[in-house]
Design a protein around this ligand. Structure first.
Ligand SMILES: [Zn+2]
Length: 284
Protein backbone atom coordinates (compact mmCIF):
# COMPACT_ATOMS: atom_id res chain seq x y z
CA UNK A 1 0.00 0.00 0.00
CA UNK A 2 1.42 3.40 -0.93
CA UNK A 3 1.54 6.19 1.61
CA UNK A 4 -1.03 8.71 0.45
CA UNK A 5 -0.59 12.45 0.92
CA UNK A 6 -2.33 13.91 3.97
CA UNK A 7 -4.46 16.02 1.62
CA UNK A 8 -6.24 12.91 0.29
CA UNK A 9 -9.11 12.46 -0.28
CA UNK A 10 -9.51 15.89 -1.88
CA UNK A 11 -12.61 17.40 -3.47
CA UNK A 12 -12.34 15.50 -6.77
CA UNK A 13 -11.83 12.19 -4.98
CA UNK A 14 -14.92 12.93 -2.89
CA UNK A 15 -16.93 13.90 -5.94
CA UNK A 16 -15.82 10.70 -7.65
CA UNK A 17 -17.10 8.63 -4.73
CA UNK A 18 -20.37 10.51 -4.72
CA UNK A 19 -20.87 10.22 -8.48
CA UNK A 20 -20.06 6.52 -8.36
CA UNK A 21 -22.58 6.04 -5.56
CA UNK A 22 -25.43 7.46 -7.66
CA UNK A 23 -24.50 5.51 -10.81
CA UNK A 24 -27.06 3.02 -11.96
CA UNK A 25 -24.49 1.02 -13.90
CA UNK A 26 -20.69 0.74 -13.73
CA UNK A 27 -18.76 3.25 -15.80
CA UNK A 28 -17.16 1.32 -18.63
CA UNK A 29 -13.83 3.04 -19.19
CA UNK A 30 -11.22 1.84 -21.62
CA UNK A 31 -8.95 -0.53 -19.78
CA UNK A 32 -11.66 -1.31 -17.26
CA UNK A 33 -10.04 -4.67 -16.56
CA UNK A 34 -7.16 -2.84 -14.92
CA UNK A 35 -6.92 -2.73 -11.13
CA UNK A 36 -6.64 0.97 -10.46
CA UNK A 37 -5.45 3.01 -7.51
CA UNK A 38 -8.56 4.60 -6.01
CA UNK A 39 -6.89 8.02 -5.96
CA UNK A 40 -4.69 8.50 -9.03
CA UNK A 41 -6.83 6.00 -11.00
CA UNK A 42 -3.74 4.52 -12.61
CA UNK A 43 -2.97 0.81 -12.74
CA UNK A 44 -1.98 0.06 -9.14
CA UNK A 45 1.43 -1.15 -10.35
CA UNK A 46 2.18 2.34 -11.69
CA UNK A 47 0.50 4.40 -8.92
CA UNK A 48 1.94 7.92 -8.64
CA UNK A 49 0.40 8.94 -5.31
CA UNK A 50 3.59 8.66 -3.28
CA UNK A 51 5.32 11.12 -5.60
CA UNK A 52 2.86 13.93 -5.01
CA UNK A 53 4.00 17.06 -3.24
CA UNK A 54 1.11 19.52 -2.91
CA UNK A 55 1.84 23.20 -3.47
CA UNK A 56 0.36 26.53 -2.49
CA UNK A 57 -0.63 29.45 -4.71
CA UNK A 58 -2.17 32.90 -4.42
CA UNK A 59 -5.21 31.68 -6.31
CA UNK A 60 -7.77 28.89 -6.10
CA UNK A 61 -9.59 26.71 -8.59
CA UNK A 62 -13.08 25.38 -8.80
CA UNK A 63 -13.99 22.63 -11.25
CA UNK A 64 -17.43 22.32 -12.77
CA UNK A 65 -17.44 18.76 -14.01
CA UNK A 66 -19.72 17.39 -16.69
CA UNK A 67 -21.70 14.41 -15.46
CA UNK A 68 -19.47 11.35 -15.89
CA UNK A 69 -16.22 13.30 -16.40
CA UNK A 70 -15.24 12.65 -12.79
CA UNK A 71 -15.58 8.89 -13.38
CA UNK A 72 -13.08 8.84 -16.24
CA UNK A 73 -9.67 7.55 -15.13
CA UNK A 74 -8.13 9.83 -17.78
CA UNK A 75 -9.67 12.97 -16.25
CA UNK A 76 -7.03 15.59 -15.52
CA UNK A 77 -9.05 18.10 -13.50
CA UNK A 78 -8.17 15.83 -10.59
CA UNK A 79 -4.49 16.73 -11.03
CA UNK A 80 -5.26 20.36 -10.18
CA UNK A 81 -6.70 19.26 -6.83
CA UNK A 82 -3.67 17.00 -6.32
CA UNK A 83 -1.29 19.94 -6.58
CA UNK A 84 -3.57 22.58 -5.03
CA UNK A 85 -5.62 20.80 -2.35
CA UNK A 86 -7.94 23.76 -1.74
CA UNK A 87 -9.46 23.14 -5.18
CA UNK A 88 -13.21 22.61 -5.08
CA UNK A 89 -15.27 20.50 -7.45
CA UNK A 90 -18.95 20.29 -8.39
CA UNK A 91 -21.04 18.31 -10.81
CA UNK A 92 -22.62 20.43 -13.49
CA UNK A 93 -26.29 20.01 -14.17
CA UNK A 94 -28.28 22.20 -16.53
CA UNK A 95 -31.30 22.47 -14.28
CA UNK A 96 -30.00 21.63 -10.81
CA UNK A 97 -27.46 24.28 -10.02
CA UNK A 98 -25.37 23.57 -6.97
CA UNK A 99 -26.16 26.24 -4.35
CA UNK A 100 -22.67 25.75 -2.91
CA UNK A 101 -21.16 26.64 -6.26
CA UNK A 102 -23.31 29.75 -6.57
CA UNK A 103 -22.43 30.94 -3.07
CA UNK A 104 -18.76 30.27 -3.78
CA UNK A 105 -18.67 32.46 -6.89
CA UNK A 106 -20.62 35.15 -5.06
CA UNK A 107 -18.42 35.08 -2.00
CA UNK A 108 -16.61 38.37 -1.27
CA UNK A 109 -13.55 36.28 -0.45
CA UNK A 110 -13.06 35.51 -4.13
CA UNK A 111 -12.94 37.19 -7.49
CA UNK A 112 -14.16 34.49 -9.89
CA UNK A 113 -12.64 34.21 -13.35
CA UNK A 114 -14.00 31.86 -15.97
CA UNK A 115 -11.23 30.19 -17.98
CA UNK A 116 -12.66 29.56 -21.43
CA UNK A 117 -11.85 30.40 -25.06
CA UNK A 118 -13.27 33.85 -25.79
CA UNK A 119 -14.12 32.94 -29.37
CA UNK A 120 -17.22 31.32 -27.88
CA UNK A 121 -18.06 34.20 -25.55
CA UNK A 122 -21.59 35.53 -25.64
CA UNK A 123 -21.97 39.24 -26.34
CA UNK A 124 -22.68 40.11 -22.73
CA UNK A 125 -19.64 38.23 -21.36
CA UNK A 126 -17.01 40.52 -19.82
CA UNK A 127 -13.53 39.60 -21.05
CA UNK A 128 -10.36 39.69 -18.99
CA UNK A 129 -7.21 40.44 -20.98
CA UNK A 130 -4.49 37.88 -20.29
CA UNK A 131 -2.01 40.67 -19.43
CA UNK A 132 -4.11 41.36 -16.33
CA UNK A 133 -3.13 37.97 -14.92
CA UNK A 134 0.21 39.32 -13.85
CA UNK A 135 -1.48 41.88 -11.60
CA UNK A 136 -3.32 39.11 -9.74
CA UNK A 137 -5.97 41.67 -8.95
CA UNK A 138 -8.43 41.56 -11.76
CA UNK A 139 -11.04 44.07 -10.88
CA UNK A 140 -10.27 47.63 -9.89
CA UNK A 141 -12.15 47.45 -6.65
CA UNK A 142 -11.21 43.98 -5.45
CA UNK A 143 -8.16 42.43 -3.92
CA UNK A 144 -10.03 39.21 -3.15
CA UNK A 145 -8.42 35.89 -3.99
CA UNK A 146 -8.63 34.89 -7.66
CA UNK A 147 -10.90 31.89 -8.17
CA UNK A 148 -10.40 30.26 -11.55
CA UNK A 149 -13.44 28.37 -12.79
CA UNK A 150 -12.64 25.46 -15.10
CA UNK A 151 -15.29 23.62 -17.09
CA UNK A 152 -14.01 20.07 -16.94
CA UNK A 153 -15.51 18.12 -19.81
CA UNK A 154 -14.94 17.22 -23.41
CA UNK A 155 -14.71 20.22 -25.64
CA UNK A 156 -18.23 19.87 -26.99
CA UNK A 157 -19.69 19.36 -23.52
CA UNK A 158 -17.82 22.37 -22.16
CA UNK A 159 -19.35 24.63 -24.81
CA UNK A 160 -22.79 23.35 -23.92
CA UNK A 161 -22.14 23.88 -20.21
CA UNK A 162 -21.07 27.44 -20.86
CA UNK A 163 -24.06 28.30 -23.06
CA UNK A 164 -26.56 26.80 -20.68
CA UNK A 165 -25.22 28.36 -17.47
CA UNK A 166 -26.42 31.98 -17.29
CA UNK A 167 -24.71 32.39 -13.90
CA UNK A 168 -21.37 32.19 -15.73
CA UNK A 169 -22.19 34.93 -18.20
CA UNK A 170 -21.36 37.91 -16.01
CA UNK A 171 -18.03 36.56 -14.77
CA UNK A 172 -14.86 37.91 -16.39
CA UNK A 173 -13.67 35.40 -19.00
CA UNK A 174 -10.00 34.64 -19.36
CA UNK A 175 -8.66 33.04 -22.52
CA UNK A 176 -5.10 31.93 -22.97
CA UNK A 177 -4.02 32.70 -26.53
CA UNK A 178 -2.64 29.71 -28.44
CA UNK A 179 0.83 31.25 -28.68
CA UNK A 180 1.03 31.48 -24.88
CA UNK A 181 -0.25 27.94 -24.45
CA UNK A 182 2.21 26.46 -26.91
CA UNK A 183 5.44 27.59 -25.29
CA UNK A 184 7.28 25.11 -23.16
CA UNK A 185 6.88 26.91 -19.85
CA UNK A 186 9.55 25.39 -17.66
CA UNK A 187 12.89 27.00 -18.41
CA UNK A 188 15.13 24.57 -16.60
CA UNK A 189 13.46 21.38 -17.70
CA UNK A 190 15.97 19.33 -19.68
CA UNK A 191 15.31 19.50 -23.41
CA UNK A 192 15.28 15.84 -24.25
CA UNK A 193 14.05 16.24 -27.82
CA UNK A 194 16.89 18.34 -29.22
CA UNK A 195 19.06 15.30 -29.74
CA UNK A 196 22.24 17.25 -29.07
CA UNK A 197 24.39 16.19 -26.17
CA UNK A 198 25.96 19.60 -25.53
CA UNK A 199 22.73 21.40 -24.64
CA UNK A 200 22.82 20.79 -20.90
CA UNK A 201 22.60 24.52 -20.24
CA UNK A 202 19.44 25.16 -22.19
CA UNK A 203 17.97 27.98 -20.18
CA UNK A 204 16.40 29.55 -23.26
CA UNK A 205 13.36 27.45 -23.97
CA UNK A 206 11.58 29.91 -26.22
CA UNK A 207 11.95 27.76 -29.31
CA UNK A 208 10.63 24.63 -27.69
CA UNK A 209 7.10 24.48 -29.01
CA UNK A 210 4.81 21.74 -27.84
CA UNK A 211 1.19 21.97 -28.91
CA UNK A 212 0.00 19.67 -26.19
CA UNK A 213 1.75 17.23 -23.93
CA UNK A 214 -1.45 15.35 -23.42
CA UNK A 215 -1.67 12.00 -25.10
CA UNK A 216 -4.13 10.11 -22.96
CA UNK A 217 -7.21 11.15 -24.84
CA UNK A 218 -7.11 12.14 -28.47
CA UNK A 219 -7.95 15.76 -28.95
CA UNK A 220 -10.42 16.48 -31.71
CA UNK A 221 -9.02 19.97 -32.16
CA UNK A 222 -5.34 20.62 -32.37
CA UNK A 223 -5.46 23.30 -29.74
CA UNK A 224 -7.55 21.32 -27.36
CA UNK A 225 -5.60 20.96 -24.18
CA UNK A 226 -6.26 18.98 -21.08
CA UNK A 227 -7.85 20.85 -18.19
CA UNK A 228 -4.72 20.47 -16.06
CA UNK A 229 -2.50 21.86 -18.81
CA UNK A 230 -4.60 25.00 -19.10
CA UNK A 231 -4.64 25.40 -15.31
CA UNK A 232 -0.84 25.05 -15.18
CA UNK A 233 -0.48 27.83 -17.72
CA UNK A 234 -2.94 30.05 -15.85
CA UNK A 235 -0.85 29.62 -12.70
CA UNK A 236 2.40 30.36 -14.47
CA UNK A 237 0.99 33.46 -16.11
CA UNK A 238 -0.45 34.71 -12.82
CA UNK A 239 2.95 34.67 -11.11
CA UNK A 240 2.26 31.39 -9.35
CA UNK A 241 5.23 29.97 -11.17
CA UNK A 242 6.20 27.12 -8.92
CA UNK A 243 2.67 25.78 -8.51
CA UNK A 244 2.19 26.05 -12.28
CA UNK A 245 5.46 24.31 -13.06
CA UNK A 246 4.73 21.52 -10.61
CA UNK A 247 1.28 21.03 -12.10
CA UNK A 248 2.72 20.90 -15.64
CA UNK A 249 5.30 18.33 -14.56
CA UNK A 250 2.76 16.38 -12.52
CA UNK A 251 0.60 16.24 -15.62
CA UNK A 252 3.52 14.68 -17.51
CA UNK A 253 4.01 12.14 -14.71
CA UNK A 254 0.33 11.24 -14.84
CA UNK A 255 0.26 11.06 -18.62
CA UNK A 256 3.23 8.73 -18.82
CA UNK A 257 2.29 6.43 -15.94
CA UNK A 258 -1.35 6.29 -17.03
CA UNK A 259 -0.27 4.99 -20.40
CA UNK A 260 2.04 2.44 -18.74
CA UNK A 261 -1.12 1.06 -17.18
CA UNK A 262 -3.31 0.76 -20.26
CA UNK A 263 -0.56 -0.82 -22.37
CA UNK A 264 -1.17 1.25 -25.46
CA UNK A 265 1.80 2.76 -27.23
CA UNK A 266 3.20 5.21 -24.70
CA UNK A 267 3.58 8.67 -26.17
CA UNK A 268 4.31 10.20 -22.78
CA UNK A 269 7.69 11.38 -21.57
CA UNK A 270 9.63 8.41 -20.15
CA UNK A 271 11.66 10.89 -18.08
CA UNK A 272 8.61 12.63 -16.64
CA UNK A 273 9.17 11.36 -13.10
CA UNK A 274 12.84 12.29 -13.23
CA UNK A 275 12.02 15.83 -14.41
CA UNK A 276 9.34 16.24 -11.79
CA UNK A 277 11.54 15.05 -8.93
CA UNK A 278 14.51 17.11 -10.00
CA UNK A 279 12.33 20.22 -10.17
CA UNK A 280 11.04 19.54 -6.63
CA UNK A 281 14.57 18.99 -5.49
CA UNK A 282 15.70 22.35 -6.85
CA UNK A 283 12.78 24.31 -5.48
CA UNK A 284 12.32 22.81 -2.04
ZN1 LIG B 1 -2.28 6.18 -6.80
Amino acid sequence: MPTYPATFPHAVHQLFQYRKSISTRPFNARGSGVERCEYCRIDIKHCICELLKPQTADASFVLLMFDDEVLKPSNTGRLIADVLPDTQAFLWDRTQISPEFISLINSPKYQPILVFPDEYALDEQPLLPVEKLRDRCFTEESSARPLFIMLDATWRQARKMYRKSPYLHNIPMLSIPAELMAKEPIADKPQSKTGSSDSSDSSDSSDSIIASRYHVRTASKEQQLATAEVAARVLQLSQNTQAGDVLALWFDVFSYRYQCGVKQTNSGDAKAVEHYLSYLDKTS
